[in-house]
Structure formats: C-alpha cells, structure tokens
Design a protein around this ligand. Structure first.
Ligand SMILES: *Cc1c(COP(=O)(O)O)cnc(C)c1O
Length: 497
C-alpha cells in the first residue's frame, strides 16, 4: 500500500481543530464513569483533517469520477437535484411520528409515487415498505404463500426458479419457508420450456423469474412461461430490480405477472453501494392487493374540489403480511424516486430505457470479435461475455478486471451469472455518453491484446492503484475495520492459518 500517513502520525500534542468560545455558563461535572483518562485521539488542525479525509476519498472509486459498468447493480449517475429534494427541510426534518394532518405533503408524495410506480409496471397497487430488493422479494413470496394458504391450498410449497435468476431469488424462497426448484435455461438463454412443463403440477406455489434475466436477456417465450405456471395454479413473481430496460416499453402486470419488486435505488435514482439505504417497493395485481405489506398511503377523504384537497392516511391492507420496516420505509428514497420520475415524465423514462438498451448493445457488438459472447443476441440493459481465451490459458476474468483498474475503470461484475464460465457482466447504463463507451471499448480491446502478448501485465495488475492486488478471500474473512492496526495484527493472522 502506498503510504498515506495515518491521522495519528500527524498528530501534535496540544494542537486543536476547533475554535470554541469561552464558556459563559458554569461548568458541570460529568459522572466519573463516563470519563476516560487516556482517550487517545489525534490532535490535528481543521485543515489537516480536511486534507486527510479528502485525500483518502480520492482513493475511492466513485461514479462521480469514473465509469462503473458493474452489471446487475446499475451504478449509474443520479442527478444531484434529487439529493437536494431529499434534503429539503420540510421533508428531512419531518418527525416520523407526526400524525396524518401534520404530514399531508409527505403522504401525498408517497401516494403519488405509489400511483406512478403502479402505472409504470401495470399493477393495481404498490407498497413502499421494503428496504431493499431482497426484502421486496421476501414480501412478494410471503404474499403468494398467504394467498394459497387462505384458499386452503396447503400442498403448494414449491417455487420454480430458473438458473438465470438473481441469487437473491432462491434465497428468498428458502427464507419464506418454501422450497426452490431450479429450472435449466435453453440454448438461447430462455427458460427451458420442456423442463418447465415437466415441473408444473399442483404443488407449485409459483415461479420467480428475473426479467431481464441475469444474462441480460428478455425471455422470448415469457408469455408462454406465464401461461404454463398460471395453468397449474401458481402465481408469477417478477424480479424487476433492473427496470432500466423496460420503462415505457413493457408492463409486467400486462404480461400477466401477479407481483413484482422495483429497486428504487437502481432504476429510480438513489446513489447506492456500500449497503446504503434502499427501497424495494412491491407492486401487485388485484389478486394480491389485500396482502401488501403496510402501511400504505390511501386517500381516505377525496375532499371537495376546488376548496378542499384530498386527505391522505397510512392504512394497513386488510390481510397484510405485516410491516417490514419501521415507520414509512426509507422515506428519503421515496423523495428521490418521486423527483426522478417527475423530472423525466413518461416519455423521458422511455428514453432512459432506450438508451440503456442501446448502450449495452453497442458495447456487445463492438466487443464480440475480441471476446467470446455466449448467448450473443439482442440484449437488454446488460450482457455477459467470457473473460477467457483458449490462446491465453492463464488469463481469467479476474485478471481482466484487475487490469481495468489500471485504466481507471471499475471492473464489471465477475463470475456471475454462474451459468457462464469466467463471466464478465457488463452494464454501461443509460447515463454514459458515446465517448465514454468508445474509450471503454478501446481499453477492453487493448486488454485482450495484452492478455496474449504480455499476460504478466494482467496477472500482476493492478499496477497503478493505491492498493495492489489483495487476497480477496482473506480480506473478507479477516476484516480490519480499525484505522490503526494492532502492532501484531499480522502475526495473529499467521497463527490462525
Ligand atoms: C440488485 C438485485 C437484487 C437485490 O436487490 P438489493 O436491493 O441488493 O437487495 C435482486 N434481483 C436483481 C435482479 C438485482 O439486480
């Protein structure tokens, strides 16, 4: 690691970073058990602190600085306007226990967002409760379970999950107490219809399908898939985390899906990464409206136009699967998504999807000679290629990703989806311009040449980053969260091996 001095190393005894006025009130004695004699804090000036953390932040990879084609994650640029809206004092300072009459603005915003999301994906109602995509999935499968339960259909305990599904899908099924039955994909990357037909019977509670799949493909037999599952009495769950390619083009509800989650923090503008707050809103058709997680916002008094506006209240759906998140869910995300949808409007959202699809296909077509692209057909917002060549047998997807870091590009998703060996899942997003895409393509072609001519350049990469190649397994297993390691930390580590 190149040596950024620790903030402790620049500490000078007696130096202060804050300029506090003389106390003009009597000093109170703090309880002795709250006081520590030796509190070893760095003593630095304000400027030292600012420079220290600014320099550290420049070592981080950030969407505000560089291209970030991390497939399935939608690391796109989100307009700063939405950040401003989320920080408006009237929203940011609103206490979550404020009653309905004191929070009509916030409730109206949530109601507007519920309505638009329902419209965008063709559903009857939406709940903004879930805090993440995975929690939206959990809510959806619990609703499907409750639906069968209520009808006394207890033998339906299986959920079909294609092998091109996001990893959270089978995990969700298991968490919800049902069993996941994996379905193979056919040669084109669609669900294998023969296998689906064979699996459909009266023990199927439903099917969970990621659309577009993690191969970045829209299943060309989707209507047949939905019909087969409905015909055997199952419900259809769509993982709609990646709506970037679908908005204004196709509605899940119109296709026949019964329930879907949206990732507001992917498609509808919230910077994400590092496990920050999110929103995995769920939409449902008429079959499931009463089971939605609550509370949701409803108009309880339509008001008398033009004098009285409608009155909004938080309401628990009749047979709700329950509450998943404290208060209203992650309200900050609702504001950002609302502002995003309002700024672009319906036509704008459709343009966004068109650009996400165009950008991914542009890269796919321009890289298809330099890299092997399995399932090489028209893709949605992302596509998969293989990071491996027969004439460069030592090079793996990981080496390509590490080399990309030398060119200041964030690696794409590696080794996922699992059904493609040495997978590199590339999602450029709609917010990148042609110059950025061209420069990425040229770098990828150059790396393909390096892989054959100078493989050691890739094997030893990255060369230019503050931290060179790390042992990723050990980094994850032996997390060091302290900025100042214990003097013997590496010895302790050797012992554990
Ligand atoms: C990101 C993602 C999820 C999970 O969303 P989280 O908010 O990370 O829980 C689920 N499915 C797909 C297809 C995704 O891309």
């Amino acid at each position: 690691m190149n040596s950024e001095p620790l903030i402790y190393d620049i500490s000078v005894a007696g130096r202060e970073g804050a300029n506090l006025p003389e106390a003009d009130v009597p000093l109170a004695k703090l309880p002795a058990d709250l006081m520590r004699e030796a509190l070893d804090l760095p003593e630095v000036s304000e400027l030292q602190v600012v420079r220290h953390f600014t320099n550290l932040s420049r070592k981080n990879f950030a969407i505000d600085r560089q291209f970030y084609p991390l497939g399935s994650c939608t690391m796109k640029y989100n307009p700063k306007l939405n950040e401003d809206m989320a920080r408006l004092a009237g929203f940011a300072h609103l206490h979550p226990l404020t009653d309905a009459s004191g929070s009509q603005g916030a409730l109206a915003l949530m109601h507007g967002l519920q309505t638009w999301l329902a419209d965008i994906a063709g559903f009857a109602a939406v709940s903004l409760q879930p805090a993440a995509g995975a929690q939206g999935e959990f809510a959806g499968i619990l609703m499907i379970r409750a639906y069968h339960h209520e009808r006394g259909d207890e033998k339906r305990t299986k959920i079909l999950v294609p092998n091109s599904a996001h990893g959270t899908n089978p995990a969700t099924v298991t968490m919800a107490g049902l069993s996941a039955v994996e379905l193979p994909s056919d040669a084109k990357g669609n669900v294998d219809l023969e296998a689906l037909r064979a699996a459909c019977d009266d023990t199927i509670a439903g099917m969970m399908i990621t659309v577009p799949s993690t191969l970045g493909l829209f299943d060309s037999n989707i209507l047949e898939v939905i019909e087969l599952v409905h015909a055997c009495g199952g419900l259809l769950y769509m993982d709609g985390a990646n709506m970037n390619s679908l908005m204004g083009i196709v509605k899940a509800g119109d296709l026949g899906f019964d329930v879907m989650h949206y990732n507001l923090h992917k498609t509808f503008s919230t910077p994400h990464g590092g496990g920050g707050p999110g929103c995995g809103a769920v939409g449902v058709n008429e079959k499931l409206v009463d089971y939605l997680p609550g509370p949701i916002v409803q108009i309880t008094d339509p008001g008398q136009e033009p004098d009285l506006p409608p009155f909004y209240e938080l309401v628990m759906p009749r047979k709700s699967i329950g509450q998943l998140k404290a208060f209203h869910g992650n309200f900050g995300m609702h504001i950002r998504a609302y502002a995003y949808i309002r700024s672009y409007g319906g036509g704008g959202l459709r343009e966004i999807s068109n650009h996400a699809v165009l950008n991914a296909n542009y890269i796919r077509v321009r890289l298809q000679d330099a890299y092997h692209v399995p399932f090489n057909r028209y893709c949605a917002h992302e596509f998969v290629m293989e990071g491996h060549w027969e004439d460069a047998p030592d090079i793996h997807a990981l080496d390509i990703s590490k080399r990309l870091m030398d060119y200041e590009i964030h690696p794409p998703t590696n080794y996922f989806p699992l059904i493609v060996p040495e997978a590199l899942l590339i999602e450029p997003t709609e917010t990148e311009d042609k110059q950025t895409l061209d420069s990425f393509i040229e770098i990828m072609i150059k790396i393909a040449e390096e892989a054959k001519a100078q493989p050691e350049l890739l094997k030893e990469a990255p060369h230019n980053t503050p931290v060179r190649r790390v042992d990723e397994i050990r980094a994850a297993r032996q997390l060091m969260l302290c900025c100042r390691p214990e003097p013997d930390w590496h010895k302790a580590e050797e012992k554990t091996e």
